[in-house]
Design a protein around this ligand. Structure first.
Ligand SMILES: Nc1nc2c(ncn2[C@@H]2O[C@H](COP(=O)(O)OP(=O)(O)OP(=O)(O)O)[C@@H](O)[C@H]2O)c(=O)[nH]1
Ligand SMILES: [Mg+2]
Length: 360
């Protein structure tokens, strides 16, 4: 496996990468890969342990979201509270402070301006003059923005979900978690290991298929991902599967290859499974901040993204990125990852999000 990778690496050295996400899609060091393999091993071992936890120890959905947003909430609301408490009147200096808090929480410049404009309007209309009231106004603006075109997960079957995104964002983990949700809902699920770039990726998905108790379609490392999708569709038709969930590679030796591979996968689905409801979930890692927006723009060129899965919200103080994603890309955030365990994936609920973000 390492040899296969080394060969690719050698070839890469001479290939100019035209990708925006060079850091993610280009392999620059052999060492980096070896490190990855070790991490992958740890993930597989960790997943075994995670399984032990009894279900009754799982906190409620809202609490999990709230806990997941702990760092973001502390970052945004603690600072907001201290700012509004230090002002006696609402003036431009107060708006400057608000702007800084939002931008440094990765809400993004454009979205911050949109939110602040909304607040200014409300202040005028409702003749607000207490600086402390600004926090509630901000919450209302966030809620309004996040609620536009909110879409629940689809109930149309048969369904095929293709999970895409750069390496390490949480695709494979999300495939496992999504499979678990449909399985729990009584659906017949099949997962497809279309990330054939490394054997470890296939093994990692296999661990998930065993944990969740769903079938997996896999070929060997280096196989054509489109062929796996083809086989998965045939199997789904004959086994009367409700949902196929496809893992895909997060990196190839350049961005162009990655995009071409995805396009080929979609051509196979168009041809072989036009009757299936199709979802394309782009997985974004909340901890990457504004780079997530750049990634989304790149993937939009190769795929009709129907929703975002935003992972690792629990690991960032910059969960404000959720607001920027909604506002700047106009792709609905469908699911949020708030931890590494099997149940740590929730439907994105804008009301819960705003409440969790601004709660004490
Ligand atoms: N804290 C936290 N960790 C997560 C979450 N989702 C995924 N992870 C972790 O992120 C790491 C990478 O996840 P993977 O699912 O392997 O990512 P991937 O996109 O499949 O990566 P490649 O296959 O290398 O492209 C693992 O350690 C996961 O446990 C989440 O919501 N919260
Ligand atoms: Mg993976």
């Amino acid at each position: 496996m390492a040899d296969f990778f080394k060969k690719l690496f050698k070839k890469d050295k001479d290939t100019k990468n035209d990708g925006i996400n060079e850091a993610e899609v280009e392999i620059s060091e052999d060492e980096e890969y070896l490190k990855d393999e070790k991490i992958e091993k740890m993930i597989i071992e960790d997943m075994g342990e995670a399984e032990e936890e009894p279900a009754e120890n799982n906190p409620s959905f809202f609490k999990k979201l709230k806990d997941g947003l702990f760092k973001t909430r502390k970052n945004i609301t603690d600072r907001l509270n201290s700012v509004v408490n230090s002002f006696k009147t609402i003036d431009e200096d107060l708006f400057d402070e608000l702007e800084e808090i939002l931008i440094t929480s990765d809400v993004g410049v454009e979205t911050t301006m949109k939110l602040l404009d909304g607040i200014r309007k409300k202040i005028k209309e409702e003749k607000v003059n207490d600086p402390k009231a600004v926090i509630e106004l901000l919450k209302q603006e966030v809620l309004k923005l996040m609620s536009e075109n909110a879409e629940p997960l689809s109930n149309a079957y048969p369904q095929i979900i293709v999970v895409i995104g750069v390496n390490g964002v949480g695709k494979t983990t999300s495939v496992g978690k999504i499979a678990n949700r449909y399985k729990k809902a009584g659906k017949k699920v099949l997962i497809a290991a279309a990330d054939t770039f490394r054997a470890a990726a296939i093994e990692q998905l296999e661990v998930w298929s065993n944990r969740v108790g769903v079938d997996i379609i896999k070929h060997q490392e280096g196989a054509d991902p489109a062929a796996i999708i083809y086989d998965a569709i045939s199997a789904a038709k004959s086994r009367k599967t409700d949902v196929i969930i496809c893992d895909t590679a997060g990196r190839l030796h350049n961005k162009k290859n990655l995009m071409e591979e995805l396009k080929k996968i979609f051509r196979i689905i168009d041809r072989e499974y036009p009757e299936a409801h199709r979802e394309v979930y782009l997985v974004l890692d909340a901890t990457t901040g504004q780079n997530a927006i750049v990634q989304a723009k790149v993937f939009k060129e190769a795929a009709d993204i129907t929703g975002i899965v935003l992972t690792k919200l629990d690991g960032t103080a910059k969960g404000g990125i959720v607001i920027a994603i909604k506002s700047e890309l106009n792709i609905p955030v469908r699911l949020v990852g708030v931890g590494e365990k099997i149940d740590d994936l929730q439907d994105f609920d804008p009301v819960d999000f705003a409440n969790a973000l601004f709660s004490e």
